[in-house]
Design a protein around this ligand. Structure first.
Ligand code: NI
Length: 163
């Protein structure tokens, strides 16, 4: 299928928790290929299945040298703190400052269904958290204080109109 259409806020699929990935088959492999293609085309560093309208707990990422596929992701450890800008392909990449843990360990399954753990810092750690949130039906703007969240949504609507 190739490049898919990215679903944008406030589409309800983005606020729904994805279903667990149960079949580690050819279809899943193809879906992940499409997700990588879609992510690269949009110049993103991570993309979760709900963002292309597929309600599954699955994401792909390629960020600071960490390229992986994560099915059924869980954050098993998070420590420290980092303050930095974050954005989302489903919210027009409008950036907002968000405090996140600085060192994060992800546990997930690969394409064969094998569980793995990976620890990251900095932007890649932020990506683990952001994409796992997507799988749980949460957007980064849900972490923002009300006023800042409204600001991002307002800017996004404006940016969308101008396309
Ligand atoms: Ni996102």
């Amino acid at each position: 299928m190739g490049i898919r259409k990215i679903v944008e806020y406030p589409n309800e699929v983005l606020s729904r928790a994805g279903k667990p990935v149960e079949k580690f088959d050819e279809e899943l492999r193809k879906l992940c290929e499409d997700m990588f293609e879609t992510m690269y085309e949009a110049e993103g560093v991570g993309l979760a299945a709900p963002q292309i309208g597929v309600s599954l707990r699955l994401f792909v990422m390629d960020c600071e040298g960490i390229k992986l596929i994560a099915a059924n992701p869980q954050i098993v450890e998070a420590k420290g703190e980092q303050t930095g800008a974050e954005g989302c392909l489903s919210v027009g990449k409008i950036p907002a400052i968000l405090v996140r843990p600085s060192e994060v360990t992800l546990r997930a399954q690969d394409l064969e269904g094998n569980w793995f753990e990976k620890t990251a810092t900095g932007l890649a750690a932020r990506c683990f958290l952001h994409e796992t949130d997507h799988c749980d039906g949460k957007l980064f703007i849900d972490h923002l204080p009300k006023l800042r969240r409204e600001m991002v949504i307002k800017k996004f609507r404006k940016e969308k109109k101008g396309r």
